[in-house]
Design a protein. Structure first.
Length: 141
């Protein structure tokens, strides 16, 4: 790939060109060294010890149990958080509804109590006025 800068006419090789050069150099030597012997990858110890079907099944069961436990823990956490949020929302709505109902009932109760108190006071005053009138009439006779 060439750069667009006219002052620099350098060529940056692409991967295919680099691979061709490596293959050409190694083919002249008669071998293609893709990986050196010191770079060979050794299998992990657990894979080298697993040699029969029973061991594979045991490994599968352990992995399944571990993954299942992780999924259950995560699901339980999500469920608890969701449940807490749902309960919190419901309790908030119920509390608001109860406050409104109690306020309404209190207003109605106060109206009834005040109306009853006013009625009793008016009756008492009427009786007092009637008694005064009766006393005035009897004293004038």
């Amino acid at each position: 790939m060439k750069t667009n800068n006219s002052s620099q006419k350098s060529i940056i090789p692409v991967l295919t060109e680099t691979v061709k050069e490596v293959l050409h150099d190694s083919s002249s030597q008669g071998t293609i060294p893709l990986v050196s012997k010191k770079d060979t990858v050794k299998p992990p110890p657990i894979l080298s010890t697993i040699k029969n079907e029973a061991a594979w099944n045991e490994l599968e069961e352990r992995l399944t149990a571990r993954i299942l436990q992780q999924v259950q823990d995560r699901t339980q956490l999500i469920l608890e958080n969701s449940l807490q949020l749902g309960i919190k929302t419901i309790l908030h709505h119920v509390a608001q509804s109860l406050v409104a109902d109690i306020k309404n009932d209190l207003e109605n109760t106060l109206e009834v109590v005040i109306a009853h108190a006013i009625t009793e006071e008016m009756l008492r005053l009427q009786k007092l006025e009637h008694n005064l009138k009766d006393n005035n009439v009897s004293s004038k006779k």
